[in-house]
Design a protein around this ligand. Structure first.
Ligand SMILES: Nc1ncnc2c1ncn2[C@@H]1O[C@H](COP(=O)(O)OP(=O)(O)O)[C@@H](O)[C@H]1O
Ligand SMILES: Cc1cn([C@H]2C[C@H](O)[C@@H](COP(=O)(O)O)O2)c(=O)[nH]c1=O
Ligand SMILES: [Zn+2]
Length: 209
């Protein structure tokens, strides 16, 4: 679907920027898809920079790593504006775990695309409660291309669009893997939420007596 149209028959084409967003639940293949697109751009000899939030240290401090162990070197940053200088001389910018950045990511992505950079962003569309996550809804609105990828529901095998949290933590940000999360379809996600609410009510009742 996506081409790498920077150089045609040895002559430079005018730089045209745009934004691509890859969203889905955990384990849906967002990072694999991001890495695939970035590797293709590298094969086309384009200048590629990859960024991720510094707080995401799950698999590696610097590399972007998928659940299937594919990886690519990246630069960890705390704030989106840190991308602007290094990305200004790039053809393609990749951003993983975009849900962890603040809303300024939208303006930074727009600025880069306006200046001719192809920006590819991957992130969770929803948090563990099924609520929109960070800057993702606004990015989806301004992107030229949106790809929603799906995991497999670990309960029933249907397509999964939700990331079910297995632990009681109520913080929006909680780094984790299969230890803390599982991919679930709508039906199995709702069942899990109802079980959690019922358990919470039972615990509260027991505490009264
Ligand atoms: N429930 C699941 N559904 C689909 N893939 C899964 C599941 N659990 C583990 N995986 C693995 O996760 C890989 C995708 O990893 P990754 O690209 O890092 O996903 P994401 O970035 O969306 O969390 C798949 O290729 C598969 O090997
Ligand atoms: C749902 C949800 C997830 N997280 C964390 C858990 C992981 O560290 C990342 C998602 O990684 P992936 O590459 O998409 O698998 O986000 C969180 O902090 N809060 C949540 O609600
Ligand atoms: Zn299911």
């Amino acid at each position: 679907m996506f081409i790498e149209p920077r150089v045609g028959n040895g002559r430079e084409l005018p730089r045209r920027g745009w934004i691509e967003v890859v969203v889905g639940s955990m384990f849906s293949g967002k990072t694999e898809e991001l890495i695939r697109r970035l590797n293709r751009a590298k094969i086309a000899r384009q200048r590629v920079e990859i960024f991720k939030p510094a707080l995401d240290t799950r698999y590696h401090a610097e590399d972007v790593v998928s659940h299937n162990a594919t990886s690519i070197r990246s630069t960890p940053i705390a704030f989106p504006h840190e991308m602007l200088l290094p990305a200004s001389s790039c053809d393609v910018v990749g951003i993983d775990e975009a849900q962890f950045f603040d809303q300024s990511l939208v303006e930074v992505c727009n600025q880069l695309a306006d200046h001719g950079v192809r920006v590819i962003v991957a992130g969770l569309d929803m948090d563990y409660q099924g609520k929109p996550f960070g800057p993702m809804p606004a990015l989806l609105a301004v992107a030229e291309y949106v790809t929603k990828v799906h995991a497999v529901c670990v309960r029933c095998g249907d397509i999964a669009t939700y990331s079910f949290r297995k632990t009681p933590s109520a913080e929006q940000v909680l780094l984790g893997e299969t230890d803390s999360y599982e991919a679930r379809c709508r039906h199995c996600f709702l069942e899990g939420q109802q079980e959690r609410t019922a358990l919470g009510t039972a615990v509260a009742e027991a505490a009264k007596h």
